[in-house]
Design a protein around this ligand. Sequence first.
Ligand code: PMP
Length: 377
Amino acid sequence: MFEKRFRDRINLQQLEGLHRNPPVIEKREGRFVTIKGQKVLSFASNDYLGLGASHQLAAQVGKHFKAFGSSASSSRLVAGNYQTICRAEKTFADYFGYEDALFFSSGYQANLAILSTLFEKGDILIFDKHVHASCVKGITLSGAGLKGYRHNNLKHLEKRLEALNCKNRGVVTESLFSMDGDLLPIKPFGDLKKKHGFYGVVDEAHAFGVLGDKGRGIAKGVTDIALGTFGKALGLFGAFVLLPRGVKEYLMNFASPLIYTTSLPQAHALAAVAALELVEQADNARKIVKDVSESMGETLIREGFQVFGNAHIISVLMGDEKKAAQVSRDLLSLGILAFSARFPTVPLGKAILRLGMTALHREEDIKTFVNALKTVV
Ligand code: PMP
């Protein structure tokens, strides 16, 4: 009965050309991956500074696992609250300029935990309609009243704030949007916060490490809470939430997705600190990311493509879902891996090719990509 339902849905997806069947990566070497024995140039990773491919970081990870063992073996609330983890959290809080930090096993889990725990029935959550699926899941589970505002449209946000004049209001947004690639206008956002008063939660998953002074992101001093992941510019996996100390205490006591899960291993927390040190030293990599991103955007526009994004995530509008999937497949046959984001990841009819530009990319990769795209479109 259940399996028939699953099969029917997959069959329908296949008929619509929307079935997801991610390629199996056999090997990764910097910006190249091997798929079915073919070496392919990848624009599909979030390893913006190249740390995920760095031997230096891998050596640190190995060293810490050797010294501290492979598992925390328990939840933070039982016997997993190691001094190494608490100290690493303090290091993150200090670096990013917040009172405290709390580590999670993934960014998805972190958004789920903070949004579903900090807000509840009787509160109002106003959110950018393009926030990440993990934010949507978190706010849905919170029980708060929900109102979306048009993507990055702060006039619409202000209208919502004027109409929903309740004391307990939270606003949820990203700082660099994961699919659109555009930036939250942070100064006007801060002005609105001062004028109307709300609790701000900003997901900086794609900004931390790359944007702002030494990768400190763009929302410091504006938002109450910020989220970052280790899985993008920091080259690891897991996540951190930057927050006031009292909010950390509250989450430690009330956030079910944190309480009932095994803590990150001590070694992983130390590896995150090692990654942060590399992030601090990565001015050169940040400059390369900026240069290749600008160059890719300009070249695509010159060639007549409709392009969004004003940082290192570039989305090229394809529109039709099937077309986007086909273009992605055709690019792969030409030796290029570019991810097509389709409904429900992006709105229906607004499918894109999503390019993650990294410090591993070279100017010649841009020519290779644009020529291939011109060939297949
Ligand atoms: N927030 C945003 C904006 C993301 O893009 C992602 C990952 N795609 C996450 C949160 C989840 O982070 P993680 O991969 O660490 O679970």
